[in-house]
Design a protein around this ligand. Structure first.
Ligand code: ZN
Length: 133
């Protein structure tokens, strides 16, 4: 894995949280993107080499809505950049980690992504991501 590409934060009120993070980070949100397959709105901020991704559920039964119901707003996942997502997925599988998708799927911000089950990562949802070129 190359670096922490972004940190995902689950929020209830998208526009309020975007203004909050614009103030907090003193930078503007450079991209908003709907990921319909995941029922999630995303908003991105660049902070040095890393990004912050705000996640808002678009449906009451979406994964982010369920997450907030259970655990409240806050840290949702940490995403690591990789330059060969399939090799990294295979490596983690061989190490006994549980992948939440068997093949890379299309995520926000022009990325292929795969999530690793938090059960085997001390409770932290891990995302692998690779830029689509
Ligand atoms: Zn993410």
């Amino acid at each position: 894995m190359l670096k922490v590409e972004h940190i995902g934060i689950a929020v209830k009120d998208f526009s309020q949280s975007i203004s909050l993070y614009e103030k907090l980070l003193n930078t503007i949100c450079y991209k908003k993107e709907l990921v319909a397959s995941e029922k999630v709105n995303t908003a991105f901020f660049i902070q040095g080499e890393t990004k912050i991704e705000l996640l808002e559920s678009t449906e009451a039964d979406g994964v982010i809505a369920k997450f907030i119901e259970k655990r409240g707003e806050g840290l949702h996942h940490i995403a690591f950049e990789t330059n060969d997502i399939e090799a990294e997925m295979q490596r983690l599988k061989n190490e006994g980690f549980i992948l939440l998708n068997e093949t890379p799927k299309r995520g926000a911000d022009n990325k292929l992504v795969c999530f690793v089950h938090p059960k085997n990562t001390d409770g932290v949802l891990i995302e692998l991501c690779q830029s689509i070129v």
